[in-house]
Design a protein around this ligand. Structure first.
Ligand code: NAD
Ligand code: ZN
Length: 348
């Protein structure tokens, strides 16, 4: 196939992105070609757009197509692919794993030592077509809203973090009302938590978290979290903490309000190392679990939760055509956004 397609490309090692014509990829043996319907902008894409130190370290071979949150349909099967059909609605796990290492063999693909990421290490999905291995394809029921499926990748991070520890009847603190923290609010309420309290220093995003069902959304730059805990009847501290800000201040605050014996899932990635008083963890007997990516089972959980009535669409704040991607990245960079959805179903 020598046809050309539109793609959002990182052209050089520096800030910015460009809409370009690039060849439609050809699925190799074991791969599937997916025609993209919708994509969503992730924080990682914003790092790549802005060309911060993380992007400079990880994007090794520009020019390349970026993006890894998407929904589409199977357009072509590579040699040897069985069990899938052209036309099926799909999304895809963005981490390509080796299937050979100890973690892969034990089902923990999120810990593969040789992970390759779509839209970071190889061409991504902000294009009319993307190629991924058939083993990474996720079939999506036609009943589910495509705008929501577009960000199942981020929803998967939220699911992995939120469902790491039992939630029924528990009081949960989420630090960081970015898109992933906001989605986590919906999951925790759906999974039976008693109180879900989320913190941020951005009022716009706290508003979105309230729309998602947070019992209290606290601006910790202005309000006293311990006072709110008292008002909510949280006497011994939070049972479960989901750190989703990457902020040292937020993490230390979380440690200070956890119940002795509490459990914390750590998703947020700080842009610098933290200094910690280890006794704030040891003395309280806290359990800390680092979270990376999502487990394959999280895809099943997301599909089931959505079909069971969980509505995560309140996190969507912007919908636009892919040719308006600059506007989408500006919205993400402004802090006044949840998820931004790009539509690839029509050409302009
Ligand atoms: P985001 O950057 O959009 O959201 C982070 C939020 O934290 C922002 O709204 C910010 O205002 C808030 N914040 C800053 N200081 C705070 C403070 N003191 N108290 C409370 N909140 C504060 O990020 P996102 O896309 O929602 O992702 C959440 C985090 O997870 C990020 O750190 C991201 O890098 C990380 N992440 C990790 C993985 C992984 O595999 N571990 C995957 C995806 C994202
Ligand atoms: Zn592996």
């Amino acid at each position: 196939m020598n046809r050309l397609m539109d793609a959002i490309v990182k052209p050089i090692a520096g800030p910015g992105l460009e809409l370009r014509k690039v060849p439609v990829p050809e699925p190799k043996a074991g791969e599937v070609l997916i025609k993209i319907h919708k994509t969503a902008i992730c924080g990682t894409d914003v790092h790549i757009y802005n060309w911060d130190p993380w992007a400079a370290e990880h994007i090794k071979h520009p020019p390349m197509t970026i993006g890894h949150e998407y929904v589409g349909e199977i357009a072509k099967l590579g040699e040897g692919v069985t069990g899938l059909q052209v036309g099926q609605r799909v999304s895809g796990e963005g981490h390509l794993t080796c299937h050979r290492c100890r973690n892969c063999r034990s089902g923990n693909i999120q810990w593969c030592k040789d992970t390759v990421s779509v839209g970071v290490d190889r061409d991504g999905a902000f294009a009319e077509y993307v190629c991924i291995p058939a083993t990474n394809v996720i079939l999506i029921d036609e009943s589910i809203d495509e705008d929501v499926v577009a960000f199942f990748d981020a929803f998967g991070n939220a699911t992995h973090t939120a469902l790491m520890f039992p939630l029924i009847g528990e009081d949960v603190l989420i630090t960081g009302a970015g898109p992933i923290g906001i989605i986590a609010v919906g999951i925790c309420k759906f999974a039976g938590a008693r109180r879900v309290i989320i913190t941020d220093i951005n009022d716009y995003r706290l508003g979105l978290a309230r729309n998602m069902g947070a019992d209290v959304a606290v601006n910790t730059a202005k309000e006293d979290l311990t006072q709110i805990m008292r008002e909510q009847g949280i006497r011994e501290g939070f049972d479960v903490g989901l750190e989703m800000s990457g902020s040292e201040i937020a993490f230390k605050q979380m440690l200070s309000v956890m119940r002795t014996g509490g459990k914390i899932s750590l998703l947020g990635i700080g842009n610098k190392p933290f200094t910690l008083d280890m006794n704030s963890i040891i003395g309280k007997g806290l359990t800390l679990q680092g979270i990376y990516g999502r487990k394959m089972d999280n895809w099943h959980q997301m599909l089931s939760m959505v079909q069971g009535g969980l509505d995560v669409s309140p996190v969507i704040t912007h919908r636009m055509h892919y040719t308006q991607f600059e506007e989408g990245f500006a919205a993400m960079n402004s802090g006044k956004s949840g998820k931004v959805i790009l539509d690839w179903t029509t050409k302009k």
